[in-house]
Design a protein around this ligand. Structure first.
Ligand code: AKG
Ligand code: FE2
Length: 360
């Protein structure tokens, strides 16, 4: 089988799944991608109807005519009971979304020889978090970018102007839009959680960490046997996900089953990450999710992760635990330490969070 290889941050060489999948005569895929556990599962699509909450952001903006207390309550319920919701009327200009779709698609259309130039030790193009020869591989490639604070950007891994003329500008604009949404949502969460807004927002102030995982899942001839992304929760504060084409594939774990998410066109998908679970002492929970792939169509998505400022201690908020509650999680001295722990492990359910859980 013909394939090309790239070197990742860890001492293993990896295949580009896009290159692998482009071989039209490929019928049997390498065993490292095959997930035996999927064989026992019932047809996921038939397990549940999709009832994931839909939140209207235009009704959460205080002081605006459309602000609605009922929407605030719906939002609280979505954070508490689901950990995942769709966001509509989010106010991101259509041209910003469209340019993002266009430039990200152009990136994955570049020849492998060009894309691999955007691969560095801990960011850029390729596959990440592969630590052993035995580990199962995900059916997807990605481009991982550190996007905020601006000083943390490494433009070496952002497609250059001669490749995709507007790529850097497009991602920059999109990144700023995501910051705005994050700020509104986190502000509203403090109200629902009854915690001090100033203190909480200070953790996620200007200069806090934002990164993007831009995912490309090629079609797979044995789609039902692979996963585009292994089950995991996001080790971040808040994730905002944009599905770039109308191909569904995301599933969230709910009531011990995998619930498929059918995204409304133009909606963004929001999910609570491990850090918010820790800060809120478990009132809001991060939810495991995974991606299944199609045997016909490629799928693309951009997950924008929002962490805290690097100096912030990550632990249950004192205001919550001084109210007579016991801390359910250990604290870690700052965000960078938290990230180091997360980056040293494969994606594996909520295993990162489990390291922090206190057994009371
Ligand atoms: O592609 C998706 O829908 C989900 C991606 C995801 O979970 C991630 O990048 O963390
Ligand atoms: Fe994720």
């Amino acid at each position: 089988m013909e394939s090309e290889w790239i070197t990742s941050s860890v001492p293993f060489t990896l295949e580009s799944v896009q290159v692998l999948a482009s071989n039209k005569s490929l019928e049997t895929i390498p065993s490292r991608y095959i997930r035996p556990e999927l064989v026992q599962e019932v047809d996921h699509d038939k397990v549940f109807v999709n009832e994931i909450p839909v939140i209207d952001l235009s009704k959460l903006i205080e002081g605006e005519d459309r602000f609605s207390q009922e929407e605030m309550e719906k939002f609280h319920f979505a954070c508490q009971e689901w950990g995942f919701f769709q966001l509509v009327n989010h106010g991101v200009a259509e041209d910003v979304m469209e340019k993002m779709i266009e430039d990200v698609s152009s990136f994955f259309d570049l020849p492998f020889e060009v894309k691999k130039e955007y691969s560095l030790d801990s960011e850029g193009y390729g596959q990440a978090l592969v630590f052993s020869e035995e580990q199962k591989l995900d059916w997807g490639d990605m481009l991982f970018l550190r996007t905020q604070p601006v000083a943390s950007r490494n433009y070496q891994v952002w497609a250059a102007q001669q490749c995709i003329p507007t790529f850097r500008e497009t991602v920059s604009k999109y990144s700023s839009e995501m910051e705005k949404i994050k700020t509104i949502l986190l502000g509203m969460m403090t109200k629902n959680l009854g915690v001090d807004e100033g203190n909480f927002m200070n953790m996620f102030r200007d200069g806090s960490k934002q990164s993007m995982r831009i995912n490309y899942y090629p079609p797979c001839p044995e789609a039902s046997k692979v996963l585009g992304i292994s089950p995991h929760s996001d080790a971040t504060g808040l994730t905002i996900l944009l599905q770039l084409n109308q191909v569904d594939g995301l599933q969230i774990r709910r009531n011990e089953a995998w619930l498929p998410v059918k995204l409304h066109p133009g909606a963004l998908l929001i999910n609570i990450g491990d850090i918010i679970e820790i800060l809120s002492n478990g009132r809001y929970k991060s939810i495991e999710h995974r991606v299944i792939v199609s045997n016909e169509k490629e799928r693309m998505s951009v997950a924008t992760f929002h962490g805290t400022h690097e100096s912030v201690e990550v632990g249950p908020l004192t205001e919550i635990i001084t109210n007579g509650e016991t801390a359910k999680y250990k604290s870690v001295k700052n965000y960078d330490e938290f990230e180091k722990i997360f980056l040293s492990r494969k994606l594996d359910g909520k295993s990162v969070l489990e390291l922090f859980r206190l057994k009371n």
